[in-house]
Design a protein around this ligand. Structure first.
Ligand code: GLN
Length: 474
């Protein structure tokens, strides 16, 4: 832990860790997913787990990686964490993250630095980098994270763990500090696919405290529980991405950064090779692989950052030194107090996004940015629906296969990706959030001592299908 720095708080004796107050919520784990729920409960009992420090656990810190909340202790527990502790799993600590979940490296944490366990000179990814590093280093078998635009899957890929971002609304967000509410889900980082399945089966389902959760339609059937029965996979190749992005170039593209963005999406050789090997392996396993096109994908990153910043500017208004956050020692008037609290408490990336969000929501300009982004979002959702279908009416493909991120874990200083490149590289992950679909990152090999992750994206509530595919692959 000293070398990796995964935890903001590590506390085996904290009340949340003792399991003294199991919170019975009456939620039943999903039978189909678990196959044997009694056994899964036994498997979870006594297991230590870590929770990203933007998810509430009573008696533990809830810093969100921010100076503003550094000394804040949560008075309550998030539903997802409570459902696990109610079954005897134990919270042993809170993990580091990019401030409020904004970033792809965990280096945006104002509290500490987290290193990648495979190479401590490199980042663990982000924003759930602490959770991924803790699992990868074997400190915990699983951890909770949050995924707004890839924050569970990307650090999972960088650290060689499993990372599941569930369908929007499948897992309660009660107790998750909101960054971009319409995009995010609490997700799971784990050592094995089976473990992610156990955890997901317990945390998912309706919660009266989060009105976006509901009964899961038609209880996700496991399609591939008997080995040898394979399905169809749509492959989003680098060529189809390149074709989509080519539409963006043209006069003035250099000025808008679109060409840089297109470059940032190009896979590094090691990732491209792993992608090929993954395709070959799925083919050998009997799956039918077909290349697919997603023309709207070219607009995914700009739409994602417009919507995420807009929602962040509203969600983070509560951190004003009055309602929440460290209050300055003295100020002349309330306005100055708020200004001081935010000026000293928030990091530069957070400020940038609040400003950007305020900009796109300004009256008279909503048509130009925010509403346009929402239209792109609908377009992306429709394109996925054509390929994957819906929970009730499956489409031609059971899942889409694509990389998680164009690079392996990047380094710092000279070896770092610029903040702009990091955002542009979210192209493979942020579309699942825009469409509200489940996506699973899994380790697909390693090169140069660094893991490479691939991802399967499915129709709504098809987590069990994705888990089965990855388990066969494992
Ligand atoms: N890199 C993305 C961002 O900075 C992902 C964040 C997330 O999923 N929380 O917004």
């Amino acid at each position: 832990e000293a070398k990796i720095g995964a935890f903001i708080q590590y506390d085996l004796s904290a009340p949340g860790a003792s399991g003294e107050k199991p919170q019975e919520d009456g939620a039943e784990p999903d039978e189909v997913l678990l196959r044997d729920s009694a056994e899964a409960e036994t498997r979870l009992r006594g297991l230590p787990f870590a929770v990203k420090d933007n998810i509430a656990v009573e008696g533990f810190s809830l810093s969100c990686g921010s100076k503003l909340l550094e000394s804040f202790v949560s008075p309550y527990t998030a539903t997802a964490a409570a459902r696990l502790t109610a079954r005897g799993a134990r919270v042993i600590g809170k993990t580091n993250l990019d401030e409020f979940g904004m970033g792809s490296s965990t280096d945006n944490s104002a509290i500490k630095r987290t290193n990648n366990p495979w190479d401590t000179g490199r980042v663990a990814g982000g924003s759930s980098g602490g959770s991924a590093a803790a699992v990868a280093a074997g400190m915990v078998p699983f951890a909770l994270g949050s995924d707004t635009g890839g924050s569970v899957r990307q650090p999972a890929a960088f650290c060689g763990t499993i990372g599941l971002k569930p369908t929007y609304g499948a897992v309660s967000r009660y107790g998750l500090v909101a960054y971009a509410s319409s995009l995010e889900s609490i997700g799971i980082l784990s050592d094995t696919v089976g473990r992610a399945r156990d955890v997901y089966a317990v945390i998912r389902g309706r919660d009266p405290m989060d009105q976006t959760t509901g009964e899961i339609p038609g209880r996700s059937r496991s399609l591939y529980s008997s080995p040898g029965t394979a399905g169809t996979i749509g492959v989003l190749s680098p060529e189809s991405i390149a074709r989509a992005l080519a539409g963006l170039s043209g006069p003035g593209a250099e000025k808008t950064g679109l060409e840089t963005a297109a470059r940032a999406a190009v896979l590094e050789d090691a990732v491209a090779r792993s992608f090929e090997l993954t395709k070959e392996r799925f083919s050998r396993m009997g799956y039918t692989l077909t290349e697919v096109q997603l023309p709207c994908l070219a607009y995914a990153v700009p739409a994602y950052y417009t919507i995420a910043a807009a929602e962040a500017s509203a969600n983070l208004a509560r951190f004003d030194g009055i309602r929440y956050g460290k209050r300055p020692a003295r100020a002349e008037n309330p306005n100055e107090l708020v200004a001081q609290a935010r000026e000293t408490g928030l990091g530069s990336e957070v400020k940038l996004r609040i400003l950007l969000g305020t900009f796109v929501l300004r009256s008279g300009f909503q048509d130009q940015y925010y509403l346009r982004a929402q239209r792109i979002r609908s377009g992306i959702r429709r394109e996925f629906e054509v390929l994957l279908g819906t929970a009730g009416e499956p489409g031609p493909y059971d899942a889409l296969l694509m990389p998680v991120f164009p690079t392996r874990a990047f380094g710092r200083d000279g070896a770092a990706l610029t903040p702009f490149m990091q955002k542009a590289a979210d192209i493979y992950t942020c579309c699942a959030n825009l469409a509200g679909l489940p996506a699973l990152a899994f380790p697909a090999g390693a090169e140069g001592g660094l893991p490479v992750g691939m991802q399967l994206l499915g129709r709504s509530f098809s987590e069990s299908v994705l888990l089965d595919m990855a388990e066969q692959y494992e």
